[in-house]
Design a protein around this ligand. Structure first.
Ligand code: ZN
Length: 344
């Protein structure tokens, strides 16, 4: 099926990091403003410099964020980044967008957590008002930081529930930092009615996914690439219909998979696991949502109706309140029918 079909397909984006998705030209401008030297003079060179094609592993990939975080320490920068991300998503016909980041990393120059979150929310709301995209913010805790910080971030997410924050996540270097250390934070989020997703099965195996489900009370799994190593766990994820946020290009760059063709996305789909496609980081992975759908088509043989089902899985897994989610699902179903891909 054509590139045009993928572009027109209404798409959800459940897994994209604000600090990994700046426009190259914006990063260049903000770097000049704060006096940060980047060894690149134009947006194209910035995009090349930031793209993590040569990374050795997840930790190496994450080092790129030191550059973007250096420029995301002011309210105008955070507002602009969120606003532009919504616009870029809308331009690809993304209808539902969850923007995630860890506000604790944006307080180095004195902003409070509330100021950080409010700034990104202003940008997001403005972008959504202009484009009609729906969505919200997912607050990330980080595995490498102390459990107390995670709990404070979960409390922050709870206090913004219904005011733009739709979920809570645990991100960062997975190996050596088990989710169980952050169990208290997940309890706080669960008690406060904030849905949970966890980065798991990316840099660590199935045991990490099990911890995400049990200790993290995860309702969705970020990546889940190594889920395929444990058939029983695959059955659990399938039977409980836990959505898996798949990021193909990112997994290639962090060397969790050797090639697009060897990625387990196709396997999970065929097993009946509700997989959906996400970018992870538009700048650091040098990708777009359309390109990720094209990769699934070109390397894993996904047909038009199958790509539509991948999108549908994401809409169904949205951390949106139920009235808004059911309205969104109805609208998307009508549109997919018009595109000639009626849902099963
Ligand atoms: Zn991620």
């Amino acid at each position: 099926m054509s590139d045009d079909f993928i572009r027109r397909l209404p798409k959800p984006e459940l897994h994209v990091h604000l600090d990994g998705s700046l426009r190259p030209e914006t990063l260049l401008e903000l770097a000049r403003e704060v006096g940060l030297r980047i060894p690149a003079r134009d947006p194209e060179a910035v995009a090349d410099f930031m793209r993590a094609d040569e990374s050795r592993d997840l930790e190496d990939y994450l080092r790129r964020f030191e550059v973007t975080l250096a420029v995301l320490q002011s309210e105008p920068a955070l507002e602009r980044a969120a606003y532009e991300l919504v616009l870029d998503a809308a331009a690809e016909n993304t209808r539902y967008l969850e923007i995630r980041y860890s506000p604790v990393l944006n307080t180095r120059d004195g902003l409070t957590l509330d100021e950080v979150l409010d700034a990104s929310l202003r940008g997001m709301v403005r972008g959504m008002a202009e484009t009609g995209v729906r969505g919200g913010i997912v607050v990330c805790a980080l595995r490498s930081l102390s459990p107390e910080v995670s709990t404070a971030l979960a409390e922050l997410a709870v206090s913004y529930r219904g005011r733009g924050v739709v979920g809570f996540d645990l991100a960062g270097g997975e190996a050596g930092h088990p989710a169980r250390e952050h169990a208290e934070a997940f309890t706080v989020a669960a008690r406060g009615g904030v849905p949970r997703t966890v980065h798991a099965g990316e840099a660590w195996g199935p045991e990490s996914i099990r911890e995400a489900l049990v200790e993290g009370r995860a309702q969705r799994i970020g990546h889940g690439t190594r889920l395929q190593e444990d058939p029983l766990l695959e059955e659990i994820i399938r039977d409980q219909q836990i959505p898996v946020e798949v990021c193909l290009t990112s997994n290639l760059q962090t060397r969790v998979t050797a090639s697009y063709a060897e990625h387990p996305l196709r396997r999970y789909y065929d097993l009946g696991i509700p997989v959906t496609i996400c970018t992870d980081n538009r700048l650091v992975s040098g990708t777009t949502l359309v390109r990720e759908y094209e990769a699934a088509r070109d390397h894993l043989g996904f047909s038009g109706p199958e790509l539509a089902l991948l999108a549908w899985n994401g809409f169904k897994g949205a951390f949106l309140d139920w009235p808004a989610r059911s309205t969104l699902l109805s609208a998307v179903a009508v549109e997919m029918e018009e595109l000639g891909v009626p849902l099963p």
